[in-house]
Design a protein around this ligand. Sequence first.
Ligand code: 13P
Length: 251
Amino acid sequence: MQPQNRQPIVAGNWKMNGDPALIEQMSAALAQVELNNVKVVVCPPTVYLSMLNAKNFSKGAQNVSDKSGGAFTGETSTSMLKDVQVEYVIVGHSERREYYVEDNLLVAEKVATILDAGLTPIFCIGESEQIRDAGQLFEFLAEQLDAVLNRVGVKNFANLVVAYEPIWAIGTGKTATPEQAQEVHHFIRQHIASKDEKVAQELVILYGGSVNGANATSIFAQPDVDGGLVGGASLKPAEFIKICQAANELR
Ligand code: 13P
């Protein structure tokens, strides 16, 4: 992380896990810690958002509709998320891309919808092991970035957060090395810088994929890594706080 004006973020993506007891435990545990240099975001399943007592952290959603309302069974709109004080929305997560067939176009549409609502997208990109092994890593990531760049324009990257999540590191315990993370984060920043240098320098880029209390410091210490998007470890309040503290202490 660089001691610039980039505010580090640690976001916990609970995925389809957790229950009311965990909502209470997490709210209580986070209320007790002082984390002045890091923005903490908790993203539980949608039904629990209103139960989260987000005293000194922010609420995030894991998904949102690209539509504003109407006959779309099972969907949730940005205005509904705002009704329960949501500030961030994860979009483009590889699990949604893979299991719910969300392509680059839909992801870009959702990013636009989230921005229009005044919420902050946590826009996820990341490659499979196959793509990395085939030497198509940067080409693939550029395509994912360009879909959103073309839809919302580079200036809007000042209003969103990018999360780099290599698919092979998600839930596998196989974290990218700090060097691998830095290499890709640098690429992402350069890609944005080729369109707007200032926006690129201020862009918050999170790393996600098997982040835990033991490896967070070395990953977050990389100059282009501005925090993390945490899955499994965000379900354990003490472990999650340890990760938040790692980001907090690097500033
Ligand atoms: P894990 O931290 O469980 O690998 O999950 C990462 C992730 O997908 C966060 O969005």
